[in-house]
Design a protein around this ligand. Structure first.
Ligand SMILES: Nc1ncnc2c1ncn2[C@@H]1O[C@H](COP(=O)(O)OP(=O)(O)OP(=O)(O)O)[C@@H](O)[C@H]1O
Ligand SMILES: [Mg+2]
Length: 322
C-alpha cells in the first residue's frame, strides 16, 4: 500500500540527512542527503549493495550515530536536538534489531537476563514485575519458557534472533530499525522470523525501517522501498510499483539479479560492469554513471530526486515523466 497519504502526519520524517566519516583519504559520504517520510504502522524497506550506507542510515536515524547535518523528526520532534531526558524516551520509542544477534548478545547472559536488560534499564522494572514481563516477552516471540536459563551459544540462529526481537519490543517501542534481521538465518527459518515481525507489527501498530540486500525479502515485508546507491537514495516508491516498474538503471540491475522461479523463463542476470565510484570525496554527478549502460554527459551534473508519477521518485536524468 502506498504511503503517500498527504492528510496524515508521518511518524518519522528525515530531511536532507548526511553522515560523513573523516577517513585518511578524505571525507567518506556514507549517507548523503537522504530524505523520506514513514507513516505509522508501515514498513519502509531500504535496499542496496554492501557498503551503500544502509546501516549507517539506520543508526543515524536512531541517533546512535550523530548526524553530520539534516533533520530527523520523530512524531514531529527533531530528535537531533533533544536533551538527555528526552533522549531516554526516544531510546524507548525507537529500537534496533541487528543482523547478527549473536554478536549483539552478551555470551555470559542467559536468555532471561538478556531480555530483562532493556526492561530494567529503560523501564526501571525489577522483582516479580520484571520476571513476569520477561516470561510474557518470551511467550510473545515464541521462545519456550524452558530456555529461560540457557545461553545464546546453546541456541540456533532463529531463537537467538527471537531474543533480539524480544529485547527490542520489550520496552513498547513505536518504531524499529531492523538491520538485515534474517540475513544470517537459514532460508526455512527466515520466513518464520519475518512472519513473527509482521504479526508483532500488526498487533502493536509498529513502524519499521527494514534494511536488507535481499530483494525477495524486501518485497515480502515492505510498503514502500528506498533503493540506495553509494549513500544516496536513487529511487523510492510503493513496493508493488518498484517491482512492476523499476525506473532507475541501478534498480533494474538489482531486480534482474533475482533468480526467476519460472523455469520456462530465461534467467537473465544483468552483470554490473564498470568501476565502482568511491564514496570518498565523490563528484557531484550520478554515482552510478560509471556502471550505467545508458550514461550520457548529463549524468555528470547533480541528479534531481523528482516525482515522476504518483509517489514514484527517481534520481536519474534519463527517466522521463509518465
Ligand atoms: N565508523 C566508520 N568510519 C568510517 N567509515 C565507515 C564507518 N562506518 C561505515 N563506514 C563506511 O560507510 C559506508 C557505508 O557503510 P554501511 O555499513 O552503512 O553500509 P551497508 O549498506 O550497511 O553495508 P552492508 O550491506 O555490508 O551491511 C562504507 O563505505 C563503510 O566503509
Ligand atoms: Mg549494514
Amino acid at each position: 500500500m502506498s504511503q503517500t497519504n498527504q492528510n496524515e502526519t508521518p511518524i518519522l520524517e528525515v530531511q536532507n540527512l548526511k553522515k560523513y566519516f573523516n577517513v585518511s583519504a578524505g571525507t567518506l559520504h556514507a549517507v548523503d542527503d537522504v530524505s523520506f517520510k514513514i507513516y505509522k504502522g508501515k514498513t519502509l524497506g531500504v535496499v542496496g549493495e554492501s557498503g551503500c550506507g544502509k546501516s549507517t542510515l539506520g543508526r543515524t536515524v536512531l541517533h546512535l550515530l550523530e548526524s553530520t547535518s539534516g533533520k530527523i523528526f520523530f512524531e514531529g520532534k527533531d530528535i537531533t536536538k533533544v536533551n538527555r531526558h528526552e533522549l531516554t524516551q526516544v531510546r524507548r520509542d525507537m529500537q534496533f534489531i541487528f543482523q547478527d544477534p549473536f554478536s549483539s548478545l552478551n555470551p555470559r547472559k542467559t536468555v532471561g537476563e538478556a531480555i530483562a536488560d532493556p526492561l530494567m534499564l529503560l523501564k526501571g522494572e525489577k522483582g516479580s514485575q520484571l520476571f513476569e514481563d520477561v516470561i510474557r516477552m518470551m511467550d510473545t516471540v515464541g521462545l519456550a519458557r524452558r530456555l529461560y536459563n540457557t545461553y545464546p551459544h546453546e541456541l540456533d540462529g532463529g531463537r537467538r534472533q527471537r531474543i533480539g526481537i524480544a529485547r527490542a519490543i520489550s520496552v513498547n517501542p513505536k518504531f524499529i530499525v531492523c538491520d538485515e534481521p534474517v540475513s544470517a538465518l537459514d532460508v526455512s527459518i527466515q520466513a518464520q522470523v519475518l512472519n513473527l515481525m509482521l504479526d508483532l507489527q500488526e498487533a502493536n501498530d509498529l513502524t519499521y525501517i527494514f534494511i536488507t540486500h535481499d530483494m525477495s525479502v524486501v518485497k515480502y515485508i515492505s510498503d514502500d522501498i528506498c533503493v540506495m546507491y553509494l549513500g544516496q537514495v536513487v529511487e523510492k516508491c510503493p513496493s508493488d510499483e518498484l517491482f512492476a516498474n523499476p525506473l532507475h538503471p541501478y534498480t533494474q540491475a538489482l531486480l534482474s539479479a533475482i533468480p526467476l522461479l519460472d523455469i520456462d523463463q530465461e534467467v537473465k542476470h544483468e552483470i554490473l560492469q564498470g568501476e565502482l565510484t568511491s564514496p570518498i570525496n565523490p563528484k557531484p554527478g550520478c554515482r552510478f554513471a560509471s556502471r550505467c549502460k545508458y550514461a550520457t554527459a548529463k549524468c555528470k551534473e547533480p541528479q534531481e530526486f523528482r516525482e515522476v508519477s504518483d509517489g514514484h521518485f527517481v534520481a536519474c536524468c534519463g527517466v522521463t515523466g509518465q
